[in-house]
Design a binder for this molecule. Structure first.
Ligand SMILES: Nc1ncnc2c1ncn2[C@@H]1O[C@H](COP(=O)(O)OP(=O)(O)OP(=O)(O)O)[C@@H](O)[C@H]1O
Length: 275
């Protein structure tokens, strides 16, 4: 390993992804470290924004190991080894992925789907039942536990998909547009889900994309804008990180949404419009 992780949870270097000949994202590099706050368990919330087609979903597919990058590397902290600052390359299954459709098994109830998500865990049947019951209670799904996906609301489907990923993957969770198509009540539910996830474990890391810049600025402690860069006065036709806002450095993370946040919204929108 030529890179020391040192509290780094996610390390992306020189990433590019092409579909056939077409390069979709290029020169993508970023590092996310463990965010710590005295007296509280604080996971990481990272937002990715950018105009349509700039490569957000493609970046997510690479981060979750669903597609192989053309170049570059993606390392995640490997806490399972017990060796401090150990890292590994990401593989499918290490990072939970909740897609835009909240895909669930059609023929499994919520309870059965969550039991299935725990199939590789070395728990007794009773431990599995207790774990699932705890999540169902915390996430307000207890009454719906014997219902099938076709009998669930969008918000319930999404929460089920999120819990499924928490149960079967590690500390990382990627959500592609988790707020799209939800009503204000469901948006509040997803916000609550985010804070539940990040308060469960220090290393828990949520990476999500959104077209709602306010929701990126309100919830994330780190925001990346993916856009087409301008090179020698010309707009390139691949996506890359054109702007990064570190809300912790700006002392705006975890602060009540106010005028300073609105300034960041403006700044991000301006960066998006030119990329
Ligand atoms: N499987 C694929 N094969 C070929 N090209 C693809 C494939 N998936 C995406 N693309 C192309 O890659 C580019 C980036 O797509 P991607 O879905 O990653 O963008 P996005 O930023 O997530 O867009 P949106 O905000 O609309 O969801 C687009 O030009 C798209 O047409």
């Amino acid at each position: 390993m030529d890179y020391q992780m040192q509290n780094t949870l996610l390390y992306v270097e020189n990433l590019s992804v092409a579909y056939g000949e077409k390069v979709v994202i290029k020169d993508v590099s970023f590092v996310e470290k463990d965010v710590t706050r005295e007296g509280s368990v604080t996971g990481q919330v990272i937002a990715v924004v950018g105009r349509s087609g700039r490569g957000k979903s493609t970046l997510f597919r690479a981060l979750t190991g669903l597609i192989k990058p053309t170049t570059g590397k993606i390392l995640i902290a490997d806490v399972a080894t017990g060796v401090e600052n150990d890292a590994k390359e990401v593989h499918e299954g290490d990072v939970g992925f909740v897609d835009q459709k909240y895909t669930l098994f059609r023929n499994k109830t919520i309870y059965q789907a969550l039991m299935f998500a725990l199939r590789h865990k070395d728990f007794s049947k009773e431990e599995k039942h207790n774990t699932i019951t705890k999540y169902l209670q915390e996430w307000g799904l207890e009454k719906a536990k014997d219902q099938y996906p076709c009998e669930l609301s969008g918000g319930q489907r999404q929460r089920t998909a999120i819990i499924e990923q928490i149960l079967c993957s590690g500390h990382y969770m990627v959500l592609d547009e988790p707020f799209s198509g939800l009503d204000i009540g469901n948006i509040e539910d997803v916000k609550k889900a985010f804070s539940l996830i990040t308060s469960l474990h220090e290393f828990n890391t949520i990476i999500y994309s959104t077209h709602d810049i306010e929701l990126a600025v309100e919830l994330a402690d780190s925001i990346y804008v993916i856009g087409y860069p301008t090179i020698d006065g010309k707009t390139a036709d691949y996506g890359t990180i054109v702007k990064h806002v570190d809300m912790k450095e700006r002392k705006l993370a975890w602060k009540e949404y106010g005028v300073e946040h609105l300034e960041v919204v403006k700044e991000i929108k301006a960066a998006m419009l030119t990329s």
